[in-house]
Design a protein around this ligand. Structure first.
Ligand SMILES: [Zn+2]
Length: 225
């Protein structure tokens, strides 16, 4: 393992692009770095080009490898742009266009709201070139599973749960309980179910979850027969 920074192979067309979000890069991010001690970093010291915003987020990540740092940056971007991203789950572009926001300031809002949504989504979804070191692909060994739902790739299922819970005012624990019943593949159903429970009392939620579980059991029994 090298103890000094090593530049990795950066494809020519990406040399001015942020490795985290795809925006123009102004600085570079080194991992591990002096701000956080990593006892057993599994890869040599790596340097990637990045934008100022991602650099700030990446420096805060207390993780063991650069791919976990990327997950942390993506989670940070999702948190920071929660409102812009939520435009897409509350409105489609057509709905926004037909929402009666025409004229004056509202038209400007409509255009910029969708633009901000697209920019935020592209940055969260941006998948960088695979890192290689002396010709060896490092990606395969380290990259953890991400979760894609409704056109947005989240670093993990937990990040998607957090995003939907906070965008719709759903309790994270309720959403996790619903997902434990429906399964991750029925994420949309779980979100729909939980939205009906916004403002419900703990007892009502308990009853609804029992109902959800028995509905699914009945559905399964029906499919099996
Ligand atoms: Zn960036």
């Amino acid at each position: 393992m090298a103890t000094y920074p090593e530049l990795i192979d950066i494809p020519f067309e990406h040399r001015h692009q942020c490795w985290f979000c795809g925006e123009p890069s102004h600085v570079s991010f080194t991992f591990p770095h002096s701000g956080y001690l990593v006892i057993a970093c599994p890869h040599p010291t790596l340097i990637v080009p990045c934008c100022g915003e991602c650099h700030t987020l990446a420096r805060k990540a207390q993780v063991d490898d650069i791919w976990q740092a990327r997950q942390s940056v993506k989670a940070g971007l999702i948190k920071r742009y929660r409102k812009d991203l939520a435009i897409g789950i509350n409105w489609t572009q057509e709905e926004l266009a037909n929402s009666g926001f025409e004229g004056g300031n509202f038209e400007g809002f409509q255009r910029s709201a969708w633009f901000m949504h697209e920019v935020a989504k592209d940055r969260v979804n941006y998948k960088a070139w695979p890192l290689s070191y002396r010709g060896e692909d490092l990606e395969e060994v380290f990259v953890k599973d991400s979760f894609t739902f409704d056109g947005v790739t989240y670093p993990s299922v937990d990040d998607a749960i957090l995003h939907y819970a906070q965008s719709f005012g759903i309790k994270v624990q309720v959403m996790k309980k619903a997902l434990a019943i429906t399964g991750i593949e029925a994420f949309a159903d779980a979100v729909r179910f939980c939205r009906l429970l916004v403002g419900a009392t703990p007892d009502e939620i308990k009853v609804a979850l029992v109902g959800l579980a028995s509905n699914i059991q009945i559905g399964e029994a029906y499919n099996d027969s």
